[in-house]
Design a binder for this molecule. Structure first.
Ligand code: HEC
Length: 129
């Protein structure tokens, strides 16, 4: 693309402006965004740290209310507030694995790529289970 700007009689050419810098593949939780191994590890954490206060029905409603939000925001929310009796007490990896387990239990598929809060999780959208 070439854009011509005229300023006070002079002509400045602005050529080849890159408009593609921020374009990024958008995924949803339907695209196999966690591995089976993560979900398996997540179940252990879930049973020990989450099960006493929430059942799986609760997460179905939660995911519905987070529809279209980036998965990273949910990760941050859970990390900052859960377990309610000891927020932030788990390792980052444990929070990530718990989310993988919750997604799996809600029927979303596992895949080849690991869920990673430092790598692309902001561009994975939650969809209603
Ligand atoms: C001691 C009880 C307790 C434990 C343990 C606990 N939670 Fe919670 N959780 C709560 C309460 C209370 C709320 C807020 C009220 C509600 O929505 O029911 C909540 C809310 C949530 C929400 C909703 C957040 C939102 O913004 O929509 C999620 C998701 C959640 N918890 C996940 C977890 C996960 C994952 C674990 C395990 C790591 C966990 N909780 C452990 C009590 C608990």
């Amino acid at each position: 693309m070439r854009i011509v700007v005229k300023i006070a009689g002079g002509v400045i050419l602005l050529s080849s402006i890159a408009f593609n810098a921020s374009v990024r593949a958008q995924a949803t939780v339907n695209d196999g965004v966690f591995t089976e191994a993560q979900a398996t590890s997540g179940q252990v954490v879930y049973d020990a740290q989450c099960k006493t206060c929430h059942n799986m029905r609760f997460y179905r409603d939660t995911l519905r209310s987070w529809n279209n939000q980036p998965l990273l925001y949910l990760w941050e929310s859970i990390m900052g507030t859960m377990p309610a009796d000891n927020p932030g007490s788990l390792m980052f990896e444990e929070y990530t694995n718990v989310i993988a387990y919750i997604l799996k239990e809600q029927g979303f598929p596992s895949g080849d790529s690991e869920l990673d809060p430092d790598n692309g999780m902001e561009s994975i959208s939650i969809v209603s289970p």
